[in-house]
Design a protein around this ligand. Structure first.
Ligand code: GLY
Length: 347
């Protein structure tokens, strides 16, 4: 078992342990007294793990209720959000009850945002069931929803009470979901630690999750609200989110981020922000892992969503610039140069 404590505006533990789902009740009881717990999940995860979680919690005196929504990025919407809020109010969830986000990134972001706003904020526990959610999105308290104008445009920082991660569940993930996690892990390697590349290639889940969580801990403990340092963790996401949105979310997050990282590395080099063009090495690496990181969209199409970035402050945006694989820096760009940056990322 590995326990990592994250100390930001609140402090919470991330516990990584094989088969944790079967002993969930014992661990949760160490953190909260028996209360009503609403399990929020999608229909895929519901059929795999909900029963185990519910049985375990009820054996320790928790009462449970459950809300299930369709899987996929389209559920990260205002309408699913309001349906969930109405449902938990109908269930009589009170301020001292708790939510469990059981699932991948969509479930975690949505259930976390529900928790951040219901009765002005209630406790929630993240139980990530995808590699991506375990190593990135369940950590750091970012919650949110998509708008028609772009991804994650509504949200709040709201820390979980606890994060429980069982790496054995990743053995049964479909390849596309596993690759979502691989792309985020590669991002982490490019931003801070190239020694992660080998364990990522070997699918050493427990090691990679532990290392990515530790890296994220060291970043969010300095900059919880993403005012500077935390923006490094968005490498590949400026272009990646635009690609995802332009594809109508038919392209998986991992593929979009893989393409976004190569694109942003090339743009940074061509803008003269770094002497080192890592885009070719990154492309070789990502192709060897099964990604097909082409970007078929025009500069104009990408720009529609790039200009909606939350990183834009006044007339500047921080661009993430790879100095080498394992080290990135932030460079301030005037928004008037954003189109040039996007154009120079095109092959
Ligand atoms: N996924 C990047 C972050 O949480 O900041």
């Amino acid at each position: 078992m590995k326990k990592i404590t994250i100390s930001t505006s609140t402090s919470y533990d991330v516990i990584i342990k094989d088969n944790i789902l079967s002993t969930l009740n014992e661990i949760i009881l160490e953190y909260i007294e028996p209360c009503k717990i609403c399990i929020i999940t999608d229909s895929t995860v519901n059929s795999l793990y909900s029963k185990k979680v519910k049985t375990s919690l009820e054996s320790s005196g928790f009462t449970t209720t459950k809300i299930v929504f369709p899987p996929g990025e389209h559920s990260k919407s205002l309408s699913t959000y309001s349906n969930i809020l109405e449902a938990i109010a109908d269930e009589g969830l009170t301020k001292t009850d708790c939510i469990i986000a059981l699932g991948g990134g969509v479930v975690g972001d949505l259930a976390g945002f529900v928790a951040s706003t219901y009765m002005s904020g209630i406790r929630y526990i993240q139980i990530p069931t995808t590699y991506l959610a375990a190593l990135d999105s369940s950590i750091g308290g970012k919650t949110g929803l998509n708008l028609l104008r772009g991804k994650n445009l509504v949200g709040a920082f709201w820390n979980p009470k606890l994060v429980l991660c069982d790496p054995t569940v990743f053995n049964t993930l479909p390849t596309i979901r596993r690759m979502d996690g691989i792309a985020e892990a590669i991002k982490c390697a490019v931003v801070t630690d190239n020694t992660l590349l080998c364990p990522i290639k070997n699918n050493s889940y427990t090691y990679v999750i532990g290392r990515c969580v530790s890296i994220k801990k060291s970043i969010v403990e300095v900059d919880q609200y993403e005012e500077s340092l935390r923006q490094l963790l968005s490498f590949g996401h400026l272009i990646g989110h635009a690609i995802e949105k332009l594809s109508g979310y038919s392209l998986s997050h991992g593929h979009a981020i893989a393409a976004g990282m190569i694109y942003e590395a090339r743009a940074a080099y061509n803008m003269g922000f770094t002497d080192n063009d890592i885009s070719s090495d990154l492309e070789i690496l990502l192709r060897s892992l099964g990604f097909t990181p082409e970007v078929s969209y025009t500069v104009e199409e990408l720009m529609q969503y790039v200009v909606m970035s939350k990183r834009i402050q006044k007339n500047h945006i921080n661009i993430i610039v790879p100095v080498e694989i394992g080290k990135c820096k932030l460079v301030k760009l005037n928004v008037s140069q954003l189109e040039e940056y996007v154009r120079l990322g095109k092959e």
